[in-house]
Ligand binder design. Structure first.
Ligand code: G3H
Ligand code: 13P
Ligand code: ZN
Length: 311
């Protein structure tokens, strides 16, 4: 099976009340850890690449790694551009073999967001590629762009029908209180998501796939390992897993996870060096980092996303 589109995956996920994990990939060990986990529990996957990942690893390496993951497992795997900032990067990924792109014009005005999204949709659809767009802005850090909590804003449900019909986008990322990075909620407060907004959006867009960004849970196990081995992750708080499970049973078909992968891999590597400071063969510590990623992703698929057995 070649790398697939998300269209079929989303339809099945919507109808089945589960979500597909969209995991950010930056190198071979991350791709392998995620894919090995998905293969063991027979789950479809979205592997996504940011502008930063393309800069770090180069488009062609990531493309070939994802093709290798598919060839190795036979799983349905989609290759997606995460947070495309302009038409050029979307075009480059469409021309370069991605099956899905995100145009993130969420920081622009409503009209400018529509205009840019529509331009990308036209080019993408002409080339058989699907497009994720975003309405509302999340707080947090993406690439070098930092959005403060004050500048973030929830999606306005009354905008979504016009946005989707005028742009022709295939899925929509909405802002309901998640944010990027490891520090999502104020310490001492109870994490909350605006499920009322999600509910209202899905009523207005029946059957339409919704995407949740900033959905890492910042799992204490990994934070504790990092902190016990020289780290300083103070007050790191993620999205509670029960909230993600609830979102997955609703209209959310794609759940984006990056920070949890970073934390798991770093925890494995730090722990390894604590026990074996004498090691200098990268295969020794990367084997552990990859195993930690695999453990994390398997747990996400089975206990949070519910996409096991759906490949
Ligand atoms: O939403 C952003 C993702 O976590 C990607 O992060 O731009 O540092 O690769 P990055
Ligand atoms: P996290 O930082 O919560 O992992 O979010 C990742 C993301 O939304 C990638 O687009
Ligand atoms: Zn994101």
């Amino acid at each position: 099976m070649p790398i697939v589109s998300t269209t079929e995956m989303f339809k099945k996920a919507y109808d089945g009340g589960y979500a597909i994990g969209a995991f950010n990939v930056n190198n071979m060990e991350i791709v392998q850890g995620i894919t090995e986990a998905a293969a063991e529990v027979n789950s479809p996957l979205i592997l996504q690449v940011s502008a930063g990942a393309r800069k770090y690893a180069k488009h062609v390496y990531l493309m070939k790694l994802v093709e290798a993951a598919e060839a190795d497992t036979g799983l349905p795997i989609a290759l997606h551009l995460d947070h495309g900032a302009d038409f050029e990067i979307c075009k480059s990924c469409i021309d370069g073999g991605f099956t899905s792109v995100m145009i993130d014009a969420s920081s622009k005005s409503f009209e400018d967001n529509i205009a840019l999204t529509k331009q990308v949709v036209e080019y993408a659809h002409d080339h058989g590629v699907v497009v994720e767009a975003e309405l509302g802005t999340l707080a947090g850090v993406e690439d070098e762009v930092k959005v403060s909590a004050e500048d973030s804003s929830y999606t306005r449900p009354e905008d979504v029908e016009e946005f989707v019909s005028r742009t022709g986008c295939d899925s929509l990322a909405i802002a309901i209180g998640t944010s990027h990075g490891a520090y999502k909620f104020k310490p001492g407060t109870k994490p909350q998501l605006r499920f009322d907004i999600l509910e209202e959006v899905s009523k207005r867009l029946p059957g339409f796939p919704i995407v949740l960004h900033g959905a890492s849970s910042v799992i204490p196990k990994y934070v504790d390992i990092i902190n016990a081995n020289g780290g300083a992750l103070v007050d790191a708080i993620g999205v509670p897993e029960d909230m993600l499970r609830k979102a997955a049973t609703m209209a959310v078909c794609k759940i984006n996870i990056d920070s949890d992968l970073r934390l798991a891999m770093t925890a494995g590597i730090r722990e390894h060096f604590q026990e074996h400071p004498e090691h200098f063969d990268p295969r020794q510590y990367l084997t552990v980092g990859r195993a930690y990623i695999k453990e994390l992703v398997k747990d996400k698929i089975v206990n949070v996303l519910g996409s096991d057995g759906k490949a």
